[in-house]
Design a protein around this ligand. Structure first.
Ligand code: NAP
Length: 238
């Protein structure tokens, strides 16, 4: 199955953590700035995030009242994907197993207007467990959705559909830890782009890949920018 080339792009601490208080330390500000710059500069068809990251960064936990929506019922399984006509070629792709994300627009509205995020067309990747009224809500917003598994999201199936239905060739995987781990276990990470802040995280922080597996990469370049390490790795057999 053809799938997009996946670049996992993340800010880490020295000890390879990606969540927690270290991200808000002044010593991490430069890393965050470089991270957003690289996000803008790396050519891609958009970015993928797990449900928790999308909630934290973009929806803020808002959820629509599904009461008035008429369920979109399917006789068949697997259920049919919903693809809109006006595809933009620049996507914010949410891996949202149960349809928990409430969007108030079908494009990302970045508070800072960062062109690396602002205006990205939202795409929902779902399992078939989703509330069928949520599908009606997505349709009312003209938000395309793709089914990629009955009970859980099958990463390989999701990526093959993103390639075939939306024409995605390169996507940035931008966390968090849980979704990165799912991609690692699906052997779906081709490149890793790290911006490492000169701090060590506390015990509650999560690793770059939750429940990781062995993977083999080659360091392709590294650079010290004002005390922040930028490094890039490619999978050995790519
Ligand atoms: N350092 C960085 O560069 C960076 C970048 C992004 C995010 N972050 C941080 O990461 C944190 C969030 O990360 P997180 O690890 O808690 O969550 P996450 O990876 O953002 O989201 C995990 C969720 O994605 C959904 N999901 C969809 N398909 C899945 C699959 N195949 N396997 C597993 N989960 C799937 C599940 O949602 P359901 O629970 O609804 O089933 C799961 O709980 C935030 O604190 C954020 O600040 C850091």
């Amino acid at each position: 199955m053809s799938r997009p080339y996946i670049i996992c792009h993340m800010v880490t601490s020295i000890d390879g953590k990606v969540t927690g208080d270290f991200l808000f330390l002044p010593e991490c500000a430069k890393a965050t700035e470089i991270y957003y710059r690289l996000n803008r500069e790396m050519p891609s068809d958009g970015f993928i995030c797990g449900r928790v990251t999308m909630e934290g960064s973009f929806t803020g936990g808002w959820y629509p009242n599904l009461g008035p929506y008429v369920p979109v019922s399917y006789e068949e399984s697997p259920k049919t994907d919903y693809i809109v006509d006006n595809l933009s070629g620049f996507y914010a792709i949410a891996f949202d197993t149960h349809g928990k994300l409430g969007w108030q627009s079908n494009r990302i509205v970045d508070p800072d207007g960062d062109p690396g995020y602002d205006g990205a067309q939202i795409v929902e990747v779902l399992s078939e467990q989703v509330d069928e009224r949520y599908l009606a809500y997505l349709r009312s917003m003209e938000i395309p959705y793709i089914f990629a598994g009955r009970d859980a999201i099958d990463v390989e199936l999701a990526l093959s559909k993103l390639n075939r239905l939306l024409g995605c060739h390169t996507l940035l995987l931008e966390g968090g830890s849980i979704i990165n781990g799912a991609f690692a276990r699906a052997d779906a990470i081709d490149e890793i782009s790290l911006v490492t802040a000169p701090v060590v995280a506390d015990k509650d922080s999560k690793p770059l890949f939750m429940d990781s597996v062995l993977m083999d990469f080659t360091l392709t370049w590294a650079e010290n920018e004002s005390g922040t390490l930028i490094s890039n790795y490619k999978k050995r057999d790519v």
